[in-house]
Design a protein around this ligand. Structure first.
Ligand SMILES: Nc1ncnc2c1ncn2[C@@H]1O[C@H](COP(=O)(O)OP(=O)(O)OP(=O)(O)O)[C@@H](O)[C@H]1O
Length: 275
């Protein structure tokens, strides 16, 4: 366990300065859809190098926060800065170019292409080539794509069509595409949803290893409390568009109100609480 301010179970930031500048900083975010307050005054700092888990019930506004941070939704009020610069109003593609990647609840792969072709397309896109055909003709992208896939353990399925992958591999491939764009921050919306229970920890171990090795900061929405307890440095608890609790997992996941209102159990530790 690290003594760092934002330390957590697998923190590698023991030598991090105590007063690091946030990589992403949200202040006073508000967004309502009709009468539904999807964001009702969100303040959150994401520190460089940390893995921050977002938990909370359905409809609490978790995806809305990711959408606002990646240019898919514009808040009605508030600010978001990334690396000290305001990003509200930028397009999703401009935000990717700044260094924020994301993965989706439903992976966004070109299903009729192979995994290798998907990776080559993502690497080519990062190089500024958006034509869907050019990179497929260029061996160089394939080599880089293969190296990327190997890091995620996806080498054996490189030649498979994306729609032939099981859910775990599909989730990893989607995150690999985000990493191809060389982000400093990745926001992942439920990276383990739909993944078989037996596969889940292995999938998360792989993605955490790759992101940690690459020095990528991560925010991830997660419903499995065992995953959160094991991999998050800090946990933010979303409730009705607000952050109801924020802190290290051992603190937040043992908070009786969080156990009752978010995890849906009376007073037991997080192990076995996932669904
Ligand atoms: N584009 C939209 N138009 C209308 N309502 C929306 C839109 N996006 C989100 N909402 C509403 O805002 C609220 C928050 O939604 P959001 O998807 O952010 O919740 P969530 O915490 O991610 O939920 P889940 O865990 O089910 O994915 C919900 O009531 C949702 O129906």
């Amino acid at each position: 366990m690290s003594a760092a301010v934002h330390g957590g179970p697998q923190d590698r930031g023991a030598n991090r300065p105590r007063q690091a500048t946030p990589l992403l900083s949200a202040r006073g975010l508000r967004l309502a859809f009709g009468g539904v307050k999807a964001a009702d005054g969100i303040d959150l700092d994401v520190m460089p190098g940390e893995f921050l888990a977002i938990i909370g019930p359905n409809g609490a506004g978790k995806t809305t926060f990711i959408n606002m941070s990646t240019g898919y939704l514009k808040p009605q009020d508030g600010t978001i800065t990334y690396d000290g610069q305001p990003i509200i109003g930028l397009s999703p593609r401009a935000i990717v170019r700044r260094g924020i990647g994301r993965s989706f609840q439903l992976p966004q792969l070109f299903t009729e292409h192979t995994v290798l072709e998907n990776a080559a397309l993502a690497i080519a896109a990062h190089a500024g080539i958006w034509s869907p055909f050019t990179p497929l003709l260029r061996r160089g992208y394939h080599d880089q794509a293969m190296a990327l896939l190997d890091r995620f353990g996806l080498g054996p399925v490189a030649q498979s069509r994306a729609d032939a992958l099981n859910e775990g591999a599909r989730k990893l491939a989607d995150i690999a595409m985000a990493v191809a764009l060389q982000p400093r921050l990745v926001l992942m919306d439920e990276p383990t949803s739909g993944v078989a229970a037996a596969e889940k920890m292995g999938i998360v171990e792989t993605l955490v290893r790759v992101l940690r090795d690459t020095g990528v900061t991560a925010v991830f929405v997660e419903h499995d409390m065992d995953v959160v307890a094991r991999f998050a440095d800090r946990v933010a608890v979303w409730s009705q568009g607000r952050i109801a609790a924020l802190g290290p997992p051992q603190q937040v996941l043992n908070d009786p109100a969080v156990l009752r209102d978010v995890i849906g159990i009376e007073a037991s530790p997080p192990s076995g609480a996932g669904h």
